[in-house]
Design a protein around this ligand. Structure first.
Ligand code: AP5
Length: 211
């Protein structure tokens, strides 16, 4: 099964993908996470993309498409994948089609007020990338990752100005993909406002029902 997760920043794409990966037995590939790992490692790719990511802009299509092509060639992607955060432009969606296409694009819908509440309270583990929220998804011990014990951090692009820019970029460049996939008969719309367990259950049920 080859899936694409769409939706505004903070809609919960990463949270649901991490849980759905286990339920569906497919790979979870987050382009944002691949870029953040490259930045943390100080690799040439990381140095190239650091500024644009911190400001809330989009990394260039050529670089992003090459990264995804390379990642999809790895063995774990052969049994299926969730692409979380890719494609983000029509050019990226066309490139993905040329790589074999997808079975379904899932649009996680959330209004701006909830987007701001989620991103404003997000905490992320810099070591294993697990995501928490100060109110909605608290770690067992405050400020510490349940999974690996590292100190939790605030993402550089979760500052107010960067969030605003990410929402603008989403509306201008990524939201048009919703119509693009609907026209191909591949779109599944999910209400992302309920708690993660309910969103996951809705998503898995609708996938099973073939809706
Ligand atoms: P990326 O990492 O993809 O960021 P994003 O799309 O902005 O998505 P987020 O990670 O912010 O949100 P999410 O929807 O995954 O929400 P989450 O599950 O964390 O990309 C980062 C940057 O990389 C981009 O800005 C760009 O620069 C670059 N980039 C990446 N891909 C690119 C591409 N294809 N082309 C070009 N550039 C690219 O949840 C958010 C918070 O809410 C968490 O605290 C979570 O605990 C909480 N939460 C989640 N679900 C719920 C729920 N149901 N109820 C209550 N709280 C919830």
């Amino acid at each position: 099964m080859r899936l694409v997760f769409l939706g505004p920043p903070g809609a919960g794409k990463g949270t649901i993908a991490a849980r759905a990966r286990e339920a569906l037995g497919i790979a979870h590939i987050s382009t944002g996470e691949l870029f953040r790992k490259a930045i943390a490692e100080g690799s040439p790719l990381g140095l190239k993309v650091k500024g644009v990511i911190e400001s809330g802009g989009l990394v260039g299509d050529d670089l992003t498409i090459a990264l995804v092509r390379e990642r999809l060639a790895q063995a774990d992607a052969a049994k299926g994948f969730i692409l979380d955060g890719f494609p983000r432009t029509v050019a990226q969606a066309e490139a993905l089609d040329a790589m074999g296409g997808i079975d379904r694009a899932v649009d996680f819908r959330l209004d701006d007020a909830l987007v701001l509440a989620r991103l404003g309270g997000r905490r992320t583990c810099p070591k294993c990338a697990k995501t928490y929220h100060v109110l909605f998804q608290k770690p067992r011990a405050e400020g510490v990752c349940d999974a690996c014990g590292a100190a939790l951090a605030i993402r550089d692009d979760d500052r107010e100005d960067a969030i605003k820019r990410r929402l603008e970029v989403y509306r201008a460049q990524t939201a048009p993909l919703i119509d693009w996939y609907e026209a191909k008969g591949l779109l599944l719309v999910i209400d992302a406002a309920p708690a993660p367990e309910a969103v996951l259950a809705d998503f898995l049920k609708r996938m099973k029902d073939g809706l």
